[in-house]
Design a protein around this ligand. Structure first.
Ligand SMILES: [Zn+2]
Ligand SMILES: [Zn+2]
Length: 255
């Protein structure tokens, strides 16, 4: 099959690689129908995450059709259409039992955090889903069946972008009436803005320096935009226009 592989800093190729196989009784193999490129993939490509061997398959935002199931898989069956959340999680350790799947104790023998698809040996060494096929371990936990009437593009962001942005808004404690500054208007920033609107934020100020992204943010009713290249000290400017500072600032750029 073909897959997108890391071949060193700023060097990514499409290559023929070995097909994934069922390795454990609760694995599945999916035929990938859609997969996304994430801002977090840039951290890998820029060499910021250690333990990326050459030939490592990228991709952690993936969905597809179940092609093969291990004998202990009960949650999904062949031909089901599923989304695959990006954390690899066992479902029964202390962290998983508390819903903290990204901190799973069993899915990553190489570090403290849990495993992530396509995200280096530091995060478990799991081959990624920017490929024709993907092996999904712990298939009774992560994979979730998608209703037939929804298109791939309507649900693909559930693999990372929507829950990630929601989590940021949630732990930021955004509530009705708040003033929120959102730093960065990529997919995470834009969806965070939508969650803030749903939560009843009174004032949302979106910050970026990319014109089309700011334009997109401004198309949401009531959202103000600031291009940080227009100000010598954007922080001071934001402090001034919010009369002393926002209630919540969401950093949607990272690293
Ligand atoms: Zn991602
Ligand atoms: Zn776990």
């Amino acid at each position: 099959m073909k897959a997108i592989v890391y071949n060193g800093k700023k060097n990514v190729d499409v290559e023929n690689v070995e097909d994934p196989k069922i390795e454990k009784s609760d694995d599945i193999i999916i035929k990938v129908t859609s997969t996304a490129i994430c801002g977090s993939d840039l951290h890998l490509i820029h060499g910021m995450i250690p333990n990326m061997p050459k030939g490592f398959r990228l991709g952690h935002e993936t969905m597809g059709i179940v092609e093969e199931v291990g004998k202990d898989v009960v949650k999904v069956k062949k031909n089901d259409r599923v989304i695959i959340p990006f954390p690899v999680a066992c479902g029964h350790c202390c962290y998983c039992e508390h819903g903290q799947f990204s901190q799973c104790d069993n899915s990553n023998p190489n570090g403290e955090a849990g495993g992530i698809f396509g995200y280096s040996n530091t995060f478990g060494g799991y081959a990624g889903g920017q490929a024709e096929y993907l092996r999904v371990p712990y298939a009774n936990v992560g994979p979730t069946i998608v209703p037939e009437e929804l298109q791939d593009e309507q649900v693909l962001f559930l693999t990372d972008v929507l829950p990630t942005s929601y989590w940021g808004v949630d732990i930021g404690g955004v509530k009705r009436g708040d003033t929120v500054v959102v730093l960065g208007c990529g997919p995470i920033g834009l969806t965070a803005i939508k969650w803030c609107i749903l939560r009843g934020a009174n004032r949302i100020i979106a910050v970026d320096n990319v014109g089309y992204r700011l334009k997109h943010a401004a198309s949401y009713k009531g959202v103000e935009t600031v291009n940080f290249e227009d100000y010598d000290n954007t922080g001071e400017y934001l402090k001034e226009i919010t009369n002393g500072g926002a209630d919540v600032v969401l950093d949607c750029v990272g690293m």
